[in-house]
Design a protein around this ligand. Structure first.
Ligand code: F6P
Length: 741
């Protein structure tokens, strides 16, 4: 309140001073203008009187004076004519009785033979007196005077001041109102909300993070306080989780445990992650820069680890506002724990390295989906050059770091481990391959197998999701390059350098409790979708041909054909995030999916029911969580997938132990989530039957299955994944590491 009074006091004072100053100038101007007008009118009238009176004074013609007075006198203008001694010869009646005090002016005009002009008082009124001598033969013989009423000048001046005062009053009233509202909206209420939030936090209540304070208003302080509050909330949550787990005697990996573990095992040795996809892209929304969290399993998995352990994450800056946001960015932006270092690529490099070699070559090569890989020498050159660019950036970043830990991610950087090890043998390098590894015959399609394998074997540790992919890789190495494969301990030895090949099934953080109370319920979600449904199914993927979308749509159609009683009762929501859309095959898939859905809805749906709701755009975590949370079943029907984290995210998002997961047997996740309804996505009848089983499954059975899968995901979370991988990396003897050329 005191702030408001002070603010309003200051504003009012400023408004009064400024308005009064301007009003003063305006009044002065107006007065000058009116005076000039008055003087001009008086001068004209007096000249006219002089012209008429001069001959009369010479002739001393009494009767003529009355005519002059009658002609030039007016209610607001008195006239007087004097003889050479300054005595009144004739005057209009309104001034005649009051002319005595003006004699000195008349004398001055006649004796000095000059025009006399000034304000004077006549009969209690202010007048402008204009007196001119009357002459004969260049000698003054009398005077003519006009007295123009000037009282109205004061009246006008007061009018102006009065109007200014009213304007000022209205302005102050208006400003007070607006300021009061603004202060309430932008200061008092947000501050009160933060205060309330802090109070609840202090009392130990579990509370969601505070709303963002207006940084444009409070400056960097707002961000700092909000960040601090969030850190506090996170720390409290972590401590409570720790205490809970300790009490339950559970050994679940948490963010805090991972942090402690990394500290114990590696001390202050810094950690570096390299991936193509950046954890956060900056994009323009109009003129505003917004953060976009990409649809990427890799990012979902690595982000919590970097938030826990800190370090530098090197990635391709691909957002259209990335350059504006900066080459180095602290993340998460509300409470930075690690640094994102961006690498810039031009369109040609991106086309060759990312779209070309990585996604039209290696991607179909590693996934058994019967899509022909495209290998072009130009793309390969770009792939090599971009790997080198990332390696150079990494070497620059870790220039001052002793024995750094480097976690290289995925098939975009097969060559990078070797490039790093050659320059920095002291670095511990792990390469995690997030997609499947094909058998040796399939891999043989690639025109540059040796260089790729040697690049990968530069790492101390190469990780895959499953033992099966490790075996494929070891076999490929054994058959394709010179060196020794030790099957007993799953290593590949070349010269002095040993690479361990081990499985680490990746996972998710599975502790996203903070979001819970902000996720809309089922009713709100259905209303938002504009549908009514007894059963809700959901699918969430990037628009990628490995995800088996057309097959899934066929299975959904088959389900409604075989069990028509479920028409109008089941609605399936497909969330599809556009991906790699510059590649023709992805564009074709997009067209195919849209067309399939349109046809199914046209042929099976009716006025009140659409079997499939299709949402093709990027969705953020909270939006997706709402679908996971409210669906009765989730379909993951990938034709081939290293792991598939959507399956795990669906399970982690369930807050009651119900819901059914339909899961392709060709995903890495199917090896862990045994309580899912495992299907062969190519078998349309089988998948359709699984949908029926899902909607008909008794709640009790759902609970049993879901509880087991939830326990599995909770225990085998991404912190455990990182801890196992890092433990393995830390355990390896520092090999002499002379990587041969
Ligand atoms: O599955 C491989 C992978 O690189 C994932 O790690 C990630 O989720 C996905 O592909 C994203 O692809 P992109 O980065 O090309 O959009």
């Amino acid at each position: 309140m005191r702030l408001l009074v002070r603010l309003l006091g200051g504003i009012s004072l400023a408004v009064i001073v400024v308005t009064a100053g301007f009003a003063y100038l305006e009044v002065q101007e107006e007065r000058t203008r009116l005076e000039q007008d008055l003087q001009r009118r008086a001068a004209l009238a007096t000249d006219a009187v002089r012209e008429a009176a001069e001959p009369l004074v010479s002739r001393n013609a009494r009767a003529g004076y009355e005519r002059v007075l009658a002609r030039f006198g007016r209610p607001d203008r008195g006239i007087a004519i004097y003889d050479e001694f300054g005595s009144v010869i004739a005057a209009t009646p309104d001034v005649k009785p009051h002319l005595g005090p003006l004699s000195p002016l008349i004398t001055e005009a006649i004796h000095g033979d000059v025009i006399v002009r000034r304000f004077a008082r006549i009969g209690g009124r202010t007048v402008w007196a204009h007196i001119v001598p009357l002459e004969r033969d260049d000698r003054p013989v009398g005077a003519a005077a006009t007295f123009v009423d000037a009282d109205y000048l004061n009246t006008r001046e007061w009018d102006l001041w009065r109007r200014t005062a009213v304007r000022l009053g209205v302005l102050i009233l208006f400003l007070t109102g607006i300021t009061w509202l603004l202060v309430r909206w932008t200061v008092t209420r947000p501050v009160a909300r933060i205060a309330e939030w802090t109070k609840r936090l202090k009392s130990g209540e579990p509370v969601a993070p505070p709303p963002d304070a207006d940084a444009s208003l409070f400056g960097p302080l707002a961000g700092e306080v909000t960040g601090l509050a969030r850190t506090l909330a996170r720390a409290r949550m972590a401590a409570e989780q720790e205490a809970r787990l300790r009490l339950l005697g559970e050994h679940i990996w948490t963010e805090e445990r991972l942090k402690q573990f990394v500290h114990m095992r590696f001390g202050t040795r810094p950690m570096f992650v390299v991936s193509n996809r950046e954890p956060v892209s900056h994009v323009f929304e109009g003129k505003r820069i917004a953060e976009l969290h990409p649809a990427s399993g890799l990012v979902s998995a690595l982000e919590p680890i970097m938030s826990a352990c800190g370090g530098v994450w090197i990635a391709h800056g691909s957002g259209d506002a990335d350059r504006a946001a900066g080459e180095r960015v602290g993340l998460p932006s509300d409470d930075p724990a690690y640094t994102l270092r961006r690498v810039w690529l031009n369109a040609e490099e991106e086309a060759g390295y990312y779209y070309g070699f990585a996604n039209e070559g290696l991607w179909p090569l590693c996934h058994i989906v019967h899509e022909r890989p495209q290998f072009r020498a130009g793309d390969w050159e770009h792939y090599r050059a971009v790997n080198q660019r990332f390696a150079d950036t990494l070497l620059e970043e870790m220039e001052k770091a002793e024995a750094p830990i480097v976690l290289v991610q995925d098939y975009h950087f097969a060559l990078l481990p070797r490039m790093i090890k050659q320059e920095r043998p002291d670095a511990r390098v792990a390469l995690f391959w997030h997609i499947p590894w094909p058998n040796v015959e399939a891999f043989g399609i690639c025109p540059w197998p040796e260089e790729i394998l040697l690049g990968m074997l530069g790492a101390d540790l190469v990780g895959f999701h499953t033992q099966f992919h490790c075996n494929n890789f070891l076999e490929t190495v054994e058959r394709m390059i010179e060196g020794r494969v030790e099957w007993d301990d799953f290593t590949a030895v070349r010269g002095q350098h040993t690479t361990h090949i081990l499985p680490f099934p990746i996972s998710i953080a599975a502790d996203d409790e903070q979001m819970s109370d902000r996720i809309p319920g089922r009713k709100a979600l259905l209303t938002d979708l504009g549908v009514e449904a007894e059963f809700l199914g959901v699918g969430v993927e990037r628009l990628d041909y490995t995800k088996g979308l057309p097959e899934r749509l066929r299975a959904i159609r088959r389900f409604f054909e075989r069990w028509p009683e479920y028409r109008s009762r089941v609605v399936f929501v497909q969330i599809a995030s556009p991906s790699r859309s510059r590649i023709e095959r992805y564009q074709r898939l997009q067209r195919e999916v849209r067309e399939d859905i349109r046809r199914i809805n046209d042929e099976l749906g009716d006025r009140d029911w659409r079997p499939i709701v299709y949402r093709e755009r990027h969705h953020d975590h909270r939006e997706i969580a709402a679908y996971y949370r409210n669906a009765d079943f989730c379909m993951v029907t990938a034709l081939h997938d290293g792991m598939n984290l959507v399956a795990k995210e669906f399970i982690a998002a369930r807050d009651q132990d119900t819901g059914v997961l339909i899961l392709s047997r060709f995903t890495g996740a199917a090896r862990e989530l045994r309580e899912a309804l495992v299907v062969n996505p190519y078998d349309i009848e089988d998948t359709a039957a699984a949908i029926r089983r899902a909607v008909e499954m008794p709640k009790e059975e759902q609970r049993e299955r879901m509880a087991r899968m939830r326990a599995q995901v909770r225990e085998h979370n991404v912190y455990r994944w990182a801890a196992l991988l890092l433990a393995e990396l830390g355990r390896m003897p520092q090999s002499a590491s002379s990587i041969r050329d």
